[in-house]
Design a protein around this ligand. Structure first.
Ligand code: SF4
Ligand code: SF4
Length: 226
């Protein structure tokens, strides 16, 4: 059995709700894993040694306990997965202007990918139930091809719609397919004359547009110019 921990830092619980929304598909996954830690679903106080840790939420830099938890997860888990936009890229917590009482000073939030080494990042705000189960299934089957884009996101976090402009459109790679626009949960991307135009004021930094763009990993002609 693969031992899995779910660790929650600064988040709204949306990723956990998405995970439990998988219903019977989750039961299939639970037949192959042993859930050893989950603050919401279990009464276990210490994070145990485990094979996989799914971390949800960003890290509040004014909260020393959160920083220690992040470090502890890296020490105890063989594989660390950033679950959702906040853990992967900061997500909506990037816009936080201070927490509620009694901790109004809590205003600096970093994605877990900037605090510890993360092996995989799952984009989305929240990630869809299907994408979480498909990811866990691929991890259990060691399906390297399926896991590759999740690994790339952990190594090079691409979170804003603007990334598409720099990495795809500006490099003559965009083919105008509109996948980025249709995958955006806030409709921040409009296709105009076959090109994506990003409204950055409503982009929540979820990373889905870059994740789904079929051209983001293509080499550009510019890479051959010294
Ligand atoms: S443009 Fe949309 S899909 Fe892309 S990161 Fe922003 S909110 Fe997410
Ligand atoms: S998904 Fe990529 S290739 Fe398709 S329109 Fe958007 S930027 Fe262009």
């Amino acid at each position: 059995m693969v031992k899995v921990a779910h660790v929650q830092l600064s988040s709204c619980c949306g990723c956990l709700i998405s995970l439990t929304d998988t219903y019977e598909k989750l039961l299939d996954v639970l037949n192959s894993i042993e859930l050893v830690y989950c603050q919401t679903l279990m009464d276990v106080r210490e994070i145990p040694e485990c094979d996989v840790a799914l971390i949800e939420g960003s890290v509040c830099l004014e909260d020393h306990h959160a920083l220690e938890v992040a470090k502890e997860v890296r020490e105890k888990a063989k594989i660390v997965v950033a679950l959702g936009a906040c853990a992967s890229f900061g997500g909506v917590t990037r816009f936080s202007k201070g927490n509620q009482m009694p901790k109004p000073v809590n205003s600096s939030f970093s994605p877990i990918t900037e605090v510890i080494k993360v092996d995989y990042s799952i984009p989305g705000c929240p990630p869809s139930p299907e994408s979480i189960v498909s990811f866990i299934t691929a991890l259990l089957n060691n399906d390297e091809n399926y896991l590759k884009p999740f690994k790339r996101l952990a190594e090079k976090p691409e979170a804003c719609g603007c990334d598409l402009l720099y990495k795809v459109v500006n490099k003559e790679l965009c083919m105008g397919c509109g996948t980025c626009s249709s995958s955006c949960p806030t409709r921040a991307i409009t296709m105009i004359d076959g090109r994506p135009v990003v409204n950055t004021t409503i982009c929540i930094k979820c990373g889905l547009c870059s994740f789904h763009c079929p051209r983001i990993e293509f080499p550009s002609i510019l890479e051959n110019i010294e």
